[in-house]
Every structure is written in structure tokens, then in C-alpha cells.
Ligand binder design. Structure first.
Ligand SMILES: Nc1ncnc2c1ncn2[C@@H]1O[C@H](COP(=O)(O)OP(=O)(O)OP(=O)(O)O)[C@@H](O)[C@H]1O
Length: 253
């Protein structure tokens, strides 16, 4: 398989004050390969969000090692932050309500590439808006409040990928969006993956239909422990664990 871009070994995480400390991740091992979509699935509270935040250095781990492109993230957190994009459940939380969409997408580009001309920034904004099927002509001058939830999520995705991240984390990106609008978001992710074949996509999702559609591999978490990891077909069509079978059965109800 392709290169490992992010590797976690023995990741432990605790929450809470000293006396009531509760462990939420138990010695989790995870590899994320360049260019793949790794889906992280599991019941509510199983640790999906915590694991992905720890992997990207947004939260500290209490045990274990995480390396980005072979370098421990404790020594180089800045580089990982800069080379990762984040998409969350609520798109309006990622877009400043006072800014037009153009500015929300352009701002990180200007920050990271002070040498880029106005035209170059503007061209990249248009390019990423087209990737998520938002016509730059109209949408670049809209404010978030002018957009539907699905459009706002696609604008948030455009913002997250504008600077060509090596890793894109999408945490339940469709769960707050109407069912009818979800397909365009999935299409946007597919288009981005084609345009950026080395970018790794880590997708946290409850929706096994979405996962089957987009993921190459799946990691199943249960109460902070890895139940199984395998290709999408292995995990969804021939699960090895009872817990995975339960998740699949529940999803088909
Ligand atoms: N900041 C925090 N402080 C204390 N406990 C936390 C914090 N964040 C998460 N937890 C706890 O850690 C456990 C794992 O939470 P996490 O959000 O990672 O699970 P999840 O699988 O993403 O859940 P969901 O699918 O409901 O979003 C849960 O018991 C949660 O209550």
C-alpha cells in the first residue's frame, strides 16, 4: 500500500480532573496512508472525534506516539496543523458570518502565501469553489447566511482544501445536512480526491451508506478500543467482530 502519512501507536487519552479521570482511548494503533479515505466508525461516545483530534494534534495524547510523515508530532505540530484541513458537522461554525465566502477561503491562503498575487489567490478560490460545485461568479460574494446548509458545508470544504492539505479530517460532515443535499457533498469529496490523489481523507461518520460509498478502509472503535480495521469490503461485508455486526444491523433498520 501507499506511504503512511500519519501513524499512531499505543494512543491513550484521559478526560476529567485527576480524581475522576476517565480513559477514553486505550492503546489505539492507527495508520493513515497517503491518498486513502479512512473511515472511523463506532457508536456514540466510542472515541471517534477524540481519536481524530489527537491524531491531528488538536488535542494532546496521554500516552503513545504519533508521527506525521515519519516525524513525531510533538516535535513538529505546526507543520501538521498547517498541512491539514478540517471539516466539522456544523458548516456555519467554520465560516465567519461577517465575511463573504471569497474572504473565508482566501484568508488562510493569504496568511500562508504572503508572496501570492491577488489574482493567484482569487484563481485558487474560484478553482476550489468549482470543485464543490458552487459557481464562483455568484457564491464568492455571498455571506454564509445566504447559503443553505449543504451549500455552506461545500463552502467550508472548499476553505479546508484551498491550501492543498495532505490530510483532510471530516468529522460527521453530513449529519447536519438534509438527506437530499448529502449526495452533492459526497460528490465534492470524490472530486477533491481525484484532484488531490495524495491527500488522505479521514472521515468520521455514523452513516454506513456514506462510508461504503467513499471509504477505502474502515476502523471500528468501541469504548475507546479498536475492534477491527480492514478494507471497506472486509469490514462491511465480512465483519470479524460482533460489535461491527451490531453496527451494521442497526444501520439497516
Ligand atoms: N472535552 C471533553 N471532556 C470530557 N470528556 C470528553 C470530552 N470530549 C469527549 N469526552 C468523552 O470522551 C468519550 C469519547 O467522546 P468522542 O466525542 O470522542 O466520541 P464519539 O465516538 O466521537 O461520539 P459521537 O459519535 O457521539 O460524536 C465520551 O465519553 C465523551 O463524553
Amino acid at each position: 500500500m501507499s506511504d503512511i502519512v500519519l501513524r499512531g501507536r499505543g494512543i491513550d487519552k484521559y478526560f476529567g480532573p485527576k480524581k475522576r479521570r476517565r480513559q477514553v482511548l486505550f492503546s489505539v494503533d492507527v495508520d493513515v496512508h497517503a491518498g486513502e479515505c479512512l473511515a472511523v466508525i463506532g457508536g456514540s461516545g466510542s472515541g471517534k472525534t477524540t481519536l481524530t483530534r489527537v491524531l491531528l494534534g488538536l488535542e494532546s495524547a496521554d500516552g503513545g506516539d504519533i508521527a506525521y510523515q515519519g516525524v513525531g508530532i510533538a516535535d513538529d505540530a505546526q507543520r501538521l496543523r498547517r498541512q491539514s484541513g478540517l471539516v466539522f458537522q456544523d458548516p456555519f461554525g467554520s465560516l465567519d458570518p461577517r465575511w463573504r465566502i471569497e474572504r473565508s477561503i482566501a484568508e488562510p491562503l493569504r496568511l500562508h502565501h504572503p508572496d501570492w498575487s491577488h489574482e493567484r489567490v482569487s484563481d485558487r478560490v474560484a478553482e476550489v469553489l468549482r470543485m464543490v460545485e458552487l459557481d464562483p461568479q455568484g457564491f464568492r460574494s455571498h455571506f454564509p447566511m445566504d447559503l443553505s446548509g449543504g451549500q455552506a458545508q461545500r463552502a467550508a470544504i472548499a476553505r479546508a482544501i484551498a491550501d492543498r492539505p495532505r490530510i483532510l479530517l471530516a468529522d460527521e460532515p453530513m449529519s447536519a445536512i438534509d438527506v437530499a443535499a448529502r449526495i452533492r457533498i459526497l460528490d465534492s469529496f470524490q472530486r477533491i480526491r481525484q484532484a488531490e490523489p495524495d491527500m488522505a481523507l479521514i472521515m468520521v461518520s455514523h452513516d454506513l451508506g456514506v462510508v461504503r460509498h467513499i471509504a477505502d478502509r474502515i476502523m471500528v472503535l468501541h469504548d475507546g478500543r479498536v475492534e477491527e480495521t480492514g478494507t471497506t469490503a472486509e469490514v462491511l461485508d465480512a465483519p470479524r467482530c460482533d460489535y461491527t455486526r451490531e453496527l451494521i444491523r442497526a444501520a439497516s433498520l
